[in-house]
Design a protein around this ligand. Sequence first.
Ligand SMILES: Nc1ncnc2c1ncn2[C@@H]1O[C@H](COP(=O)(O)OP(=O)(O)OP(=O)(O)O)[C@@H](O)[C@H]1O
Ligand SMILES: [Mg+2]
Length: 423
Amino acid sequence: MSQSPRVPAHQVTTRNLGAAYPFIAEVGLGQRGVVIGDDLLGGSFVFDPFELYAQGVVSNPNMVVFGQIGRGKSAFVKTFLWRQAVFGRRAWVVDPKGEYGDLAAAWGVRPVALRPGGSIRLNPLDAGPDLVGEDGPGSTARRQMELLSSLACACLGRNLLPRERAALGLALAAATSRTKSPTVPAVVDALLTPTVEAAGSLRTGLHDLLEDGRDVALELRRLVHGDLRGMFDGPTTPGLDLSAPLVVLDLSALYTSTALGVLMACATAWLHAALSRNASIPGPGGQVFLVVDEAWAILSNLGVARWLQSSWKLSRALGVSNVAVLHRVSDLHSVGASDSEQVALAQGLLADSETRVVYAQSAGELTVASDLLSLSATEAELLPQLRRGVALWKVGQASFLVQHRLSQMERVLVNTDAAMGTR
Ligand SMILES: Nc1ncnc2c1ncn2[C@@H]1O[C@H](COP(=O)(O)OP(=O)(O)OP(=O)(O)O)[C@@H](O)[C@H]1O
Ligand SMILES: [Mg+2]
């Protein structure tokens, strides 16, 4: 699929490369999947997370892509999705920079553009069916509660107090009793007008319950009446085509917003609920890539980072491969978390994403990267020197050095230098 290179892939022969980088002693991941490019030890590098998951090589099909600005992270993701379409796999993308438009056009679809006061609304509290199994009953309500408390926690910049959580839970229950898919405004309303029954269930007074939930209500209100209104504050706009091979949520109108992480979490939550409703599609057509580009914005926020981690766990049952794109390995450390909490979150997310694609990292990142990704000394030394398009792939226990190759046609689809005037 990719074209042969016009420049040598590396300055040394394969034999010398093997000696220079002895850590790359792997024999490849098999031939089932799409060609990513050249294994710099020789041969093509072929990869398929669902196949590797089925074979037990990895314990989940999720991926994290790290890399400094302009190293080719998004280019890799775009071509990967494009090549995976051969297998009938679909892709849903949260696109904070509005750069997946060309890819969508190649697929004949239009991105769903979200902007304050725009014409499209997505309800992040849309209900999917409850999960099957032991944890199934009540799982939709739990997911909604987790999202709301994460959003509130992110907006408040601190963890919720027990009484705030309780008030929020009661408000969600009140809003749900009125409709199957509650909305954020309905929850805010219920927080600001608690019922005698709700107060009675906590053995507290009406006024006290109102006070307990007031700060949470005022913060969530920003999504409803404030600068962020008109995107996630009502029932989902009917008629959105989710059967398309590619669904792109374009959030570029919000890229500079301080609430970008919160808004990306809302968009991702909506996609997750929609996916759980679509999970019954049989065969490979039911397998979906859910990409969050620029995912550092979600992870920089402790509340929504926690939510993202729990939603990754749930998605395994749905035939979803989550793909998160980050700049630095230390992006996994959420601002505001205690040291131990940071480490736990980062380790949790990495445990849930056994494929790590690492483009160049600065020398300052090496300690964290070595620690979290269990890099050998040679691998760590190599990271700052990787040129555009070359990444260290850590797949389960195996390591590869891979040059991502682009076809002429793909080159056009992935060109983000256009905005810099070099197209
Ligand atoms: N494998 C490759 N071979 C040749 N050119 C590439 C390759 N990968 C990316 N490029 C080019 O490099 C530019 C930057 O790529 P890309 O947008 O993917 O970087 P990025 O890592 O996602 O950057 P950012 O952190 O800013 O989002 C693009 O214009 C693309 O055409
Ligand atoms: Mg990018």
